[in-house]
Each structure stands twice: as structure tokens, then as C-alpha cells.
Ligand binder design. Structure first.
Ligand SMILES: [Zn+2]
Ligand SMILES: [Zn+2]
Length: 171
């Protein structure tokens, strides 16, 4: 399984190829180290975030979000050219095929498992194991849970700002 996370201290992004075999995360930007939550890996796969240990994770298509929109937009532009030259059949064919391409890509692209708390991304086999009933353990993004963690992040950021202000005053 591959882990992509951002450093808590400096925000640098790092990627670790087989996170199951790693014991520490070392930031490529500032060198800060922290332990991998090895308890996150259980027999059938990932049960918590490997970077912070949070059990609330969600899945998302591992697909650059702009790409799907770009395909539709490009399809639309090309089809309008055909429309301009009064080729309605081509217009519809292109619109339809860009929609189809979007759908095929959507179903073929694998999921990425993301931590609600630290937004670390987990990719690969075992990133979304089955729960006791055999259903996938992680579900798509839930706004209510997401909001809770977003507020938490904002509060932490606020505290950091205050600490920084205090340090500046002291020096
Ligand atoms: Zn760092
Ligand atoms: Zn996390």
C-alpha cells in the first residue's frame, strides 16, 4: 500500500511506497519524523489512517477532479464546431462519446482511501477491506463527518496562529 501525506509542521508532501513495511515517516522538507501507525494494518487491510491513526476514512475515485470536466468541455467544444457546420449527427456522436468516455474512466479508475483528519491518501491492495458483513469498510465522503474534521483543522490552525503571534511578541 502506498501512503501520501503532508507534514504536520511544514506542509511538505511525501510519498511512501510500501507503508506496511515502514516504521517512521520522515519529512523531505523539514526532516521531522513521526511513527507510522502500524496498528492501522490488520490482516485484511487498512483499519485506520497510517499517518495519524484516525479510524474515519473515506473513499474517492483516484482521478484528477478536473479531468472529468475537461473531457465533457472538450467534447462540447468539438461538437459545437460540427453544429456550426450543420452536421447534427456528428454533433450528437461526439457529445455521446465524450459522456461514454467519462463513464468508462469513472468505473475503471481505482479508489483512493483518504483520512478525514489529516487527508493522508492510501492507495493499493487492502486500502478498502471488507467489514464484518462483507461490504467495503469505507464509504464515499460524508459531509457531516467531513465538516466535523474541517472545524477541527480550523481550530488547530487558529491555535497555531496564536502561538506564533505570542512567539513574535516575545522575541
Ligand atoms: Zn516538514
Ligand atoms: Zn490521518
Amino acid at each position: 500500500m502506498e501512503l501520501t501525506y503532508s507534514c504536520r509542521k511544514c506542509g511538505a508532501i511525501d510519498r511512501v511506497a510500501s507503508i506496511e513495511n515502514a516504521s517512521t515517516l520522515t519529512c523531505p522538507g523539514c526532516g521531522e519524523t513521526r511513527p507510522v501507525h502500524t496498528a492501522a494494518f490488520q490482516e485484511n487491510g487498512l483499519h485506520a489512517c497510517a499517518a495519524c491513526g484516525t479510524e474515519d476514512l473515506y473513499i474517492q475515485k483516484d482521478f484528477p477532479q478536473g479531468l472529468g470536466i475537461a473531457i465533457v468541455v472538450v467534447g462540447f467544444i468539438i461538437s459545437s464546431v460540427f453544429w456550426y457546420y450543420e452536421r447534427p449527427l456528428w454533433t450528437y456522436a461526439i457529445l455521446l462519446s465524450s459522456a461514454l468516455l467519462d463513464m468508462v474512466l469513472f468505473y475503471r479508475v481505482p479508489n483512493v482511501t483518504i483520512c478525514y483528519r489529516c487527508l493522508a491518501q492510501h492507495r493499493g491492495v487492502g486500502a478498502n477491506p471488507a467489514d464484518a458483513s462483507g461490504a467495503p469498510l469505507y464509504k464515499p465522503f460524508d459531509l457531516a463527518i467531513g465538516e466535523r474534521y474541517r472545524h477541527e483543522r480550523l481550530r488547530i490552525e487558529e491555535l497555531r496562529e496564536r502561538e506564533r503571534a505570542k512567539e513574535n511578541k516575545a522575541s
